[in-house]
Design a protein around this ligand. Structure first.
Ligand SMILES: C[S@@+](CC[C@H](N)C(=O)[O-])C[C@H]1O[C@@H](n2cnc3c(N)ncnc32)[C@H](O)[C@@H]1O
Length: 251
């Protein structure tokens, strides 16, 4: 498990789950709206017959929105049980129908070609990249689309920045924009577009984790607080190295 070395048993994602943070990706929920807009604009409209897989759905905000607003048939999966529990609570509260499953790393529990769209927001960066992208591609129907919003390195990262992102976020790699595009091409997508990219610094919500001042004693433990503080430190030190990448991959 990745964690703030030698001190904590929880990791960054556990802290997100504990705090119930939604839209924990570059740009926060505003950028999810941009994802919907780009899909529409590029000929991948969401509608009731769309079978959508949200990989790494976290607390389920995007999944529930796709089901509520567009009537899509949405399946959300995440590795973490607390995330799936929060997502299920959200769907119930909002009265929307979404299937949420906790999954294990590795192969997805779905047959080949089960989905028309795979959507991910800040997920691939935490995984060995090519096996994950291959698996996402496997479950896509022929002519399906994949949209992925991820952290990216503005330049090849210096070692200290790479280590800091690895230690705090468990980022297995932070590819450059070119690296992301190449990874999608490597797993066989023939039409890979970088539909949006830019510096994380300029975004309204760079990486959605709250400022310490917005936490109350009931919402954090010492461990959670340490992760939040570490996040602020890492962001202040290294955010100039970070960009975001929104990739649309198709055949
Ligand atoms: C930074 S959070 C983003 C959550 C959500 N997409 C959002 O934007 O709020 C990353 C999430 O991806 C999940 N995750 C990481 N790797 C995964 C994988 N291979 N399959 C499913 N979930 C994964 C983590 O458990 C965590 O909930």
């Amino acid at each position: 498990m990745n964690h703030v070395k030698g001190v904590l048993s929880l990791d960054y994602h556990d802290a997100l789950a504990h705090l119930g943070i939604s839209s924990a990706h570059p740009g926060g929920y505003q950028m999810t709206e941009v994802v919907f807009h780009e899909l529409e604009k590029r000929g991948v409209p969401l509608h009731p017959s769309s079978r959508v897989l949200e990989a790494g759905c976290g607390t389920g905000q995007t999944s529930c929105e796709m089901a509520r607003r567009f009537g899509c048939q949405v399946t959300g999966v995440d590795l973490r049980k607390p995330m799936i529990e929060r997502a299920q609570e959200r769907a119930k509260r909002e009265g929307v129908s979404v299937r949420f499953y906790q999954i294990k790393p590795g192969l997805l529990p779905f047959s080949d070609h089960s989905f028309d769209l795979v959507l991910a927001e800040s997920v691939a960066v935490f995984n060995p990249l090519l096996p994950l992208l291959r698996e996402w591609r496997r479950v896509l129907a022929p002519h399906g689309s994949l949209i992925d919003l991820e952290m990216a390195a503005s330049f090849t990262l210096p070692d200290d920045a790479r280590r800091a992102f690895q230690r705090l976020y468990g980022a297995v790699q932070v590819p450059t924009l070119k690296g992301w595009k190449e990874a999608y091409e490597t797993v066989g997508f023939t039409d890979v577009q970088m539909v949006r990219s830019g510096a994380i610094r300029g975004l309204h919500a760079p990486l959605a984790i709250p400022n310490v001042t917005t936490l109350t004693p009931t919402t954090y433990t010492k461990e959670i607080m340490a992760i939040v503080q570490e996040n602020q430190k890492v962001m202040m030190t290294y955010d100039r190295w970070l960009s975001y990448a929104m990739i649309l991959a198709r055949d």
